[in-house]
Write a protein that binds this ligand. Structure first.
Ligand code: BES
Ligand code: MN
Ligand code: ZN
Length: 491
């Protein structure tokens, strides 16, 4: 969708559909009052007849019958005036886009961003762009509606320059989110480790990111025994994807991003139950988030240095698969007893975290669809946050609040270390049924060394079951906006 900025006044602007935000209570904006006057009190009557009250996300399309240059008005509820937040505005814009799609409108104009919030334009553009996205690659009959083509944002002359910058940046970020969504949505027979590596090379070439792909031989040479154990049961060879983006001077230590790239998680010999196993194609959501973040960071030329590490493999129960009870040696030299082959994410991440140290990063952040227990604890509303550094966790939480990709912390007290003790090796990869999200993070902590490190468990947030205003059903691309916001805040 093209996003255009235009200096014009909503009530003098000629278009086929104009999007206007309306509050649920209290004083309406000057625009809504003027609009109501032009429409002869129609908005007031809608409210009195309980047809449209301005509840958050409610929409209503009205014809103007020549009473103003806009042919139709799309009213969007913003909820109570004093409760308006960036996230609510994003949601309202998402609902507006759904109404626009449903009405088959291809070109529209917006006054929705004319709200007293600093980030209003960004939020509205995000809501529109993210709600518009669909994944229909495998539908042979393409959608009859080719999609919404163009949105024109009405701005004041003094805001024009700034608005154009904000819109351009927002579109780069949303493209990266949609890139991540598409990767996650791809089925496992297409999105193999090799496919991920190819996409990484592609974006690296396009955005001027340094990249390197290590094959099995080279991964062996690095001694990544934990990572390799995951790939043993599959015919798909593993790949280690390395990305480097330099936006700051050489002296500035990089942020290392480590993403779980399990392109399908059958559980391996500790096979998962059949119900819902098809969802496990999304087990590379962390990898997609890291790749999307690189894409956005490079497109925005963020003044930071980044290292990306994506161990990618398929977890299958083939004849060569690792078995419960096997012991392997990780790259760090620490030995691991594999008590459950379904706890594979931490196996490939631990070698990724160890490798990250080589780059002397200022911080390491890993992103992974790591535990079902995280879905039990937090549902689909927040990602789990754990780590060894309070300032880093605080910055990430703040980015989560700002973007609506919320994080909630779980503790990593020393007492939890006991549950991954092994009788035969330095640790085991899976503990009992309790504190599953924490025990996974305790395991990872042992590979972060003395680095400042945070772990994001996105098992519950990488996939949207029902569809929310600006997150259509399916892959969410979670992590991209969060990490970009975090990186933007780095000094
Ligand atoms: N990829 C799964 C976690 C997952 C579950 C992600 C549900 C998204 C939705 C992970 O590899 C896994 O299987 N974890 C196990 C760990 C257990 C064996 C210790 C789990 O959560 O059951
Ligand atoms: Mn698993
Ligand atoms: Zn997994």
């Amino acid at each position: 969708m093209r996003c255009l900025m235009l200096v014009d006044e909503p009530l003098k602007h000629s278009c086929s559909l104009l999007v206007v935000g309306m509050h649920e209570n209290g004083d309406q904006s000057a625009l809504v009052k003027a609009l109501d006057r032009k429409l002869g009190g129609a908005l007031k009557r809608l409210r009195e007849q309980h047809e449209f009250m301005g509840g958050l996300g409610r929409t209503k399309i009205m014809h103007t019958f020549g009473k103003l240059p806009a042919e139709r008005i799309l009213l969007v509820g913003l909820g109570k005036a004093d409760e308006l937040t960036p996230e609510r505005l994003r949601q309202a814009a998402g609902s507006a886009m759904q109404a626009i799609k449903q009405a088959g409108v291809r070109i529209f104009s917006s006054a929705l961003h004319q709200q007293p919030l600093k980030s209003a334009l960004q939020c509205v553009a995000e809501g529109f762009l993210l709600a518009r996205h669909t994944f229909f690659r495998y539908k042979t009959r393409k959608e009859e509606n080719g999609g919404v083509e163009e949105g024109t944002f009405l701005v004041t002359a003094s805001a024009l320059g700034r608005s154009e910058t904000v819109a351009a940046e927002t579109r780069q970020i949303c493209e990266a989110v949609c890139f991540a969504r598409d990767l996650v949505a791809q089925p496992g027979n297409v999105a193999t480790p090799e496919f991920l590596a190819d996409r990484a090379l592609e974006i690296a070439g396009k955005y001027g990111i340094k990249s390197r792909i290590l094959e099995r031989r080279e991964i062996e040479a690095e001694g990544m025994g934990a990572f390799l154990a995951v790939a043993k049961g599959s015919h798909q060879p593993p790949y280690l994807i390395l990305l480097e983006y330099r936006g700051a001077g050489i002296k500035k230590r990089p942020v290392a991003l480590v993403g779980k790239g399990v392109t399908f998680d059958s559980g391996g010999i500790s096979l998962k139950p059949r119900e819902g196993m098809e969802k496990m194609k999304n087990d590379m959501g962390g990898a997609a988030a890291v790749m999307g973040t690189f894409m956005a960071a490079a497109a925005l030329r963020l003044p930071v240095n980044l290292v990306g590490i994506i161990p990618s493999a398929e977890n299958m129960p083939g004849g060569g698969a690792c078995k419960p009870g096997d012991v392997v040696t990780s790259m760090s030299g620490q030995t691991i007893e594999i008590t459950n082959t379904d706890a594979e994410g931490r196996m490939l991440l631990c070698d990724g975290l160890h490798l990250a140290q080589r780059y002397r990063p200022s911080v390491i952040i890993d992103v992974a669809t790591l535990t079902g227990a995280c879905v039990v604890a937090l549902g689909h509303t927040a990602s789990g946050l754990m780590g060894n550094d309070d300032a880093l966790k605080r910055d990430l939480r703040r980015a989560g609040e700002a973007t609506g990709e919320r994080l909630w912390e779980l503790p990593l007290w020393d007492e939890y270390d006991d549950i991954i003790k092994s009788d035969i090796a330095d640790m085991k990869n899976a503990a009992g049924p309790h504190a599953g999200t924490i025990s996974a993070a305790c395991f990872l902590k042992k590979f972060a060394g003395s680095s400042r490190w945070a772990h994001l468990d996105i098992a519950g947030t990488a996939w949207e079951e029902r569809g929310r205003p600006y997150v259509p059903k399916g892959a969410t691309g979670v992590g991209v906006r969060l990490l970009v916001e975090y990186l933007r805040g780095i000094k």
